[in-house]
Design a protein around this ligand. Structure first.
Ligand SMILES: Nc1ncnc2c1ncn2[C@@H]1O[C@H](COP(=O)(O)OP(=O)(O)OP(=O)(O)O)[C@@H](O)[C@H]1O
Ligand SMILES: [Mg+2]
Length: 261
């Protein structure tokens, strides 16, 4: 039985989709079977960040009972599998998100990790996503409004029977006066799973002609390395890329060159 984990935040724009995609790829790189589900049925973004636009059958079709879930699963980068959400507003209005739990239950024995990219807010679709996941991982920024929304989401998730396992702090700038990891952890009464720094490389993933999540495009970047550490926390496996990124460092190369002489 795989773990079903909702990635949620309450507040919009905290980095849920970014964390879902990159964490999923990191877990897959560690040899885990991973399925990502775009549970943001209104504002589907996960396909964009994965660089996959062509997916004729979506979660909308499955939620509408018009397609089988197996037909909505696509191959993503590094062996990650992926269920996109549809872009049609008409279908979005008609979907019955409460069917998500039974859809996911058909898949849990085929994957080690099923990650749900949850929408912002606490609308019905969010509640359905939270109640279909045994576990919830919160994503917040180190700002009071984001932490307040994370706390609200934690309470809602718990009421729906999802175990809130921890918090990822994203957009960390380490500026003077920024709310610390310890304070956030204390306020939410949750362990911190990682502090992902603000990293311009994350945004650049969208700017290139060939879109690719930062963990693929720039594994040595600070955000990629922190997300890899979060994946290690789940699997207990050290990310080989961190070693790789270290190895290719200029100074290390120079040093080993002289050592060989
Ligand atoms: N650590 C980071 N450093 C720099 N930019 C980031 C970081 N994390 C996310 N971003 C950027 O912030 C924006 C919002 O991220 P993302 O879409 O993942 O948030 P979200 O929580 O899924 O948003 P929504 O609530 O709209 O679904 C994106 O442009 C993304 O590239
Ligand atoms: Mg999103």
């Amino acid at each position: 039985m795989g773990r079903v984990i909702a990635i949620a935040s309450g507040k919009g724009g905290t980095g849920k989709t970014t964390i879902t995609a990159n964490l999923g790829i990191a877990l897959a790189q560690m040899g885990k079977k991973v399925l990502l589900i775009d549970a943001d049925v209104a504002m589907a973004n996960l396909s964009l960040i994965l660089g996959m636009q062509s997916s004729p059958i979506t979660l909308h079709d499955v939620l509408l009972g018009e397609a089988q879930v197996q037909d909505s699963i696509y191959d993503g980068p590094h062996g990650v599998r992926f269920i996109p959400s549809g872009l049609s507003l008409d279908n979005y209005k008609r979907v019955d998100s409460e069917r998500l739990t039974s859809i996911i239950s058909q898949l849990t024995d085929q994957y080690d990790y099923i990650l749900l990219d949850v929408a912002a807010g606490i609308e019905k679709n969010v509640l359905s996503a939270l109640s279909s996941a045994q576990e919830t991982l919160l994503v917040t920024m180190p700002t009071s409004p984001a932490i307040a929304d994370a706390l609200k989401t934690k309470i809602v998730a718990q009421r729906l029977g999802s175990k809130v396992i921890g918090v990822v702090i994203n957009f960390v700038m380490n500026e003077k006066g920024e709310i610390s990891k310890k304070d956030i952890s204390d306020m939410l009464e949750l362990p911190s799973y990682g502090s992902v720094p603000y990293d311009p490389e994350v945004r650049k993933s969208f700017m290139q002609e060939k879109i690719a999540p930062v963990i693929i495009r720039k594994p040595s970047s600070p955000a990629s390395q922190e997300i890899a550490k979060i994946a290690s926390r789940f699997t207990g496996i050290k990310m080989p890329q961190i070693e790789e990124a270290k190895k290719v460092g200029f100074l290390e190369r120079l040093f080993s060159f002289f050592k060989r002489k």
